[in-house]
Design a protein. Structure first.
Length: 321
């Protein structure tokens, strides 16, 4: 298992031109305390000329090549709001890099609204020479919308929303996505294969076929550790939460249906912590091992409350005797 420090996810805004990616992105970045990055601006800075000039002088293929490099570099950052050009999600490589870096939000609007927001069409290469820009927008959107939706984690239609409403909607989803407690350990391909064979039962690794047994168990030092792997069940009480619940080989801590161990937040809820309980400062770096120890060693919050009330009741009764 690989224990990873937390890396704050980015917020990525995709969508057709004039849907508010830059405007909404700037506001979200200020609110979150993130840096704002625009893939088109990075391309322009590297090329030394505006996007419209790149299209006119070098052609769209040259621009798309520069766009891939820009998005790849932007996706390596952390704590950023990234606004992309309208055509960026049409390239699967861009989509893979963007989804890997954080939450991808699609901002969309109706064609008529987009046209009204687009302003000077001379700065919009795909509309500059169109006699019927609204029809052109509609055609492009029909071709792109399915790809946009497949690339996005979240879709927000801004057609009838104010700027403030769009910002609130984006931030609500970004903050939920950025919950640092939505973490669990990575699984190897062999572990995932074995995990899927378990269904809802439990098994020690010694019962597995040889090709599924991990190398750590084949070593002499690991043969005495009879790890039991298993899934939890929606209809049964959970096993006792220990300090390594995030590692599904240390107990029956597999998610009931997903191929993973339970997350930090899921374990904390099972320990009856409030759903919004904070285990660390907002900007602090954490390790799963540390927060796992905190949760696993804790007396369940609700149990502590019941014990405390019982003690108080007993002390009152003793005092009155």
């Amino acid at each position: 298992m690989r224990h990873r420090p937390y890396r704050a996810p980015n917020l990525v805004l995709i969508g057709f031109m004039a849907t508010g990616k830059s405007t909404i992105g700037h506001i979200c970045a200020r609110t979150l305390g993130y840096a704002f990055r625009d893939s088109d601006h990075l391309v322009e800075r590297r090329a030394g000329k505006p996007v419209s000039a790149i299209f006119a002088e070098d052609g769209e293929p040259a621009f798309r090549e520069m766009e891939v490099a820009a998005i790849r570099d932007l996706a390596r950052a952390s704590r950023s709001v990234i606004a992309t050009g309208g055509g960026a999600p049409m390239n699967p490589l861009n989509v893979a890099n963007l989804r890997r870096t954080g939450l991808v939000v699609l901002l969309r609007a109706d064609p008529e609204v987009i046209l009204a927001r687009a302003g000077d069409r001379s700065s919009r290469p795909l509309l500059a020479n169109s006699d019927d820009p609204c029809t052109r927008i509609r055609e492009l959107m029909e071709a792109r919308e399915p790809v946009y939706r497949a690339a996005a984690h979240v879709v927000i239609d801004s057609t009838e929303l104010s700027r403030a409403q769009v910002v609130d909607s984006v931030l609500a989803r970004a903050l939920k996505f950025a919950d640092k407690t939505a973490l669990a350990d990575d699984l190897s391909e062999a572990q995932i294969k074995a995990f899927r064979l378990l269904a809802n039962r439990s098994a020690a690794w010694a019962e597995w076929d040889d090709e599924l047994i991990l190398s750590c168990h084949k070593k002499k030092s690991g043969q005495t550790y009879r790890a039991v792997y298993g899934r939890m069940s929606w209809d049964e009480p959970s096993p006792t939460i220990t300090t390594q619940f995030y590692n599904y080989g240390t107990g029956r801590f597999g998610h009931p249906v997903q191929d993973r161990a339970i997350t930090i937040r899921e374990a904390s809820i099972l320990q009856s912590f409030p759903e919004n309980y904070k285990f660390f400062k907002n900007d602090s770096e954490i390790l799963i091992t540390k927060i796992g120890t905190h949760i696993g060693n804790a007396v369940p919050v609700e149990l502590g409350r019941v014990i405390g009330k019982s003690i108080i009741k007993h002390l009152k009764e003793v005092t009155h005797e």
